[in-house]
Design a protein. Structure first.
Lengths: 172, 99
């Protein structure tokens, strides 16, 4: 279909509109509610506390009580995580495309980054306390702090990359 | 020399439909309410435009429930992506980028 009556100015305005709408969609797609990351960090902090206090519970109240407390704590953590995920999904009204190669590459980069971060956190924790159990607890606490403080900046980074992809396509 | 208007799609070029298709392009799915709020259209006006785009095969509509709340989501199909790509290329050609 052709339309020879369109002037360059009209075409330029239409291109600007396409660009503006795409950027606005990206802003909405990478806008997880502000409470999400601190809430997730808080839950991990509680999980770290549960893991760290398990031995004390066993000494004070016996093995059975420690198992019950640990299982109940994990169940509560899972329920809170499901509630948080459900609430976040309800707030999210647009999801970024995962089909494009670049978006998949972002996911791979984030997963590799997360694995390296976890290894680094455990390494730091193990070097600090020098035993596995306390290192796991400390790792959970450190991870909680990293997620609570770094979740939004990391998301902003991913959002910026999505904006750059649109800009690159626009100038190609 | 290629025709600078090749790929121009009059169906997409209508301002409201261009806004809808452009919004959907970088997204996997978008809620109907999100598109409505972003474009400033009424529910009925947006429904009409979505139906036109759906009939052309440019968008897919999904209706499901999130908990007890009904939710309508819209997605740009591969045909829609191709049509938008061709349309943008035609617009650039008119502007003079490719001449």
């Amino acid at each position: 279909m052709t339309n020879s009556s369109l002037t360059p100015d009209e075409a330029r305005a239409a291109l600007a509109e396409v660009d503006r709408r795409q950027h606005s969609a990206v802003d909405a797609a990478y806008d997880t509610p502000a409470a999400y990351f601190p809430a997730l960090g808080g839950m991990l902090l509680a999980l770290g506390g549960l893991y760290a206090s398990n031995e004390w519970v066993e000494e004070q109240f016996g093995f059975a009580a420690s198992v019950v407390a640990f299982v109940a704590g994990i169940a509560l953590f899972a329920a809170c995580l499901a509630l948080l995920a459900g609430w976040t999904l309800r707030q999210q009204r647009a999801t970024p495309s995962g089909k494009r190669l670049n978006a998949n590459r972002d996911t791979v980069v984030i997963m590799i980054g997360a694995a390296v971060l976890l290894a680094a956190i455990f390494g730091i924790a193990f070097t600090t306390v020098d035993n596995n159990k306390d290192a796991v607890s400390l790792s959970l606490v450190l991870l909680a702090v990293v997620i609570a403080a770094g979740g939004r900046p990391l998301q902003a980074l991913v959002r910026r990359r999505a904006h750059r992809r649109i800009e690159r396509r626009a100038t190609r | 020399m290629t025709d600078p208007h090749e790929g121009f799609d009059a169906l997409i070029h209508a301002p409201t439909r261009l806004a809808i298709v452009s919004l959907l392009a970088p997204l996997e799915w978008a809620e109907f309410k999100f598109v409505r709020d972003q474009t400033g259209l009424s529910d009925s006006a947006l429904s009409k435009q979505i139906t036109t785009l759906e009939d052309a095969g440019y968008v897919a509509v999904r209706k499901d429930f999130l908990g007890k709340r009904p939710r309508t989501s819209i997605q740009l199909t591969p045909e829609g992506h191709a049509a938008l790509g061709g349309h943008v290329a035609a617009l650039r050609a008119i502007v003079g980028d490719l001449l």
